[in-house]
Write a protein that binds this ligand. Structure first.
Ligand code: SAM
Length: 253
């Protein structure tokens, strides 16, 4: 994990090269969904078993705090932090059991205006835990590639799931998110990135881990600009285990 990169600035690409290197061609939706159906509906399952490894129990807490700090740089935060603005409607893409929805996003809502977090997640046993919870709005049990917006969003948060989409599907999803943003709305993609910058296919869950260049090309194709990008800092590591670099990209039209 890198310890530099406080708001790395990305040059906006000028070429019109199409995203990706072809690693996404190996993605099988059926295989990916079958993998997630076999995973337990809890935080440990959502994080690939990492929290159960000695020394890594706080991974989710550190992740959520990193996200909270990132959003505060855009003036977005909870009521407990004076001066920060709240959201009327938020979307979480690929929400799993709602680790982020419940651990971060609902605290950003403007409750006086009956704010809601809508979630998109294809595995019904994961979303079952979220239905009817405080602050949770519409639950779309489907993949991001199928989702079509019905509301306007102040914030769209999508984390640790876009590797299940092809480059083309991800660009199209982001275009739909863009069309659903409120005037000052923000899209955040928080994902693993490869150490060497190439794209890598993982046959176990049928997903792709992308390099930075591919993300940049996809964002450009969706008509989005990177307004801020940071690495998540502070994840645990041991002599034998280290998480992949996790990057937060804040995007705007
Ligand atoms: C690593 S988990 C992360 C869940 C959640 N974002 C979090 O950080 O706690 C990946 C999630 O992506 C979901 N997923 C798989 N295919 C998807 C797709 N096509 N669209 C949206 N989500 C998908 C899985 O069901 C799973 O809930």
């Amino acid at each position: 994990m890198s310890d530099t990169n406080e708001n790395d600035h990305f040059p906006q690409l000028t070429s019109d090269s199409t995203p990706g290197t072809g690693a996404d061609a190996s993605i099988s939706k059926e295989h990916g969904l079958a993998y997630w159906e076999s995973i337990s509906a809890d935080e440990n399952g959502m994080l690939g078993g990492i929290p159960s490894v000695a020394g890594f129990a706080n991974t989710s807490k550190i992740d959520l705090q990193g996200s909270r700090n990132f959003l505060a740089k855009f003036g977005i935060g909870s009521k407990s932090k004076p001066g920060l603005k709240h959201c009327q409607r938020i979307l979480e893409g690929g929400a799993g059991v709602g680790r982020i929805t419940e651990g971060l996003l609902t605290e950003l809502l403007d409750e006086e205006k009956d704010g809601k977090v809508d979630v998109v997640e294809p595995i019904a046993k994961f979303t079952a835990k979220l239905q009817g919870k405080r602050g949770v709005g519409k639950v779309y049990v489907m993949g991001l590639e199928e989702w079509v917006p019905e509301f306007k969003y102040d914030l769209v948060w999508t984390q640790w799931c876009v590797g299940h989409l092809t480059d083309e599907q991800l660009a199209e999803y982001l275009k739909r998110c863009k069309s659903a943003l409120t005037e000052d709305g923000l899209i955040v993609i928080k994902e693993n990135t490869t150490v060497l910058g190439n794209d890598e296919f993982d046959a176990e869950d049928s997903s792709v881990t992308r390099g930075e260049e591919t993300f940049q090309k996809i964002f450009q194709k969706a008509g989005l600009k990177i307004v801020r990008a940071e690495f998540q800092k502070g994840f645990p590591q041991t002599r034998t285990m280290k998480l992949l670099p996790v990057r937060m990209y804040a995007l705007k039209p």
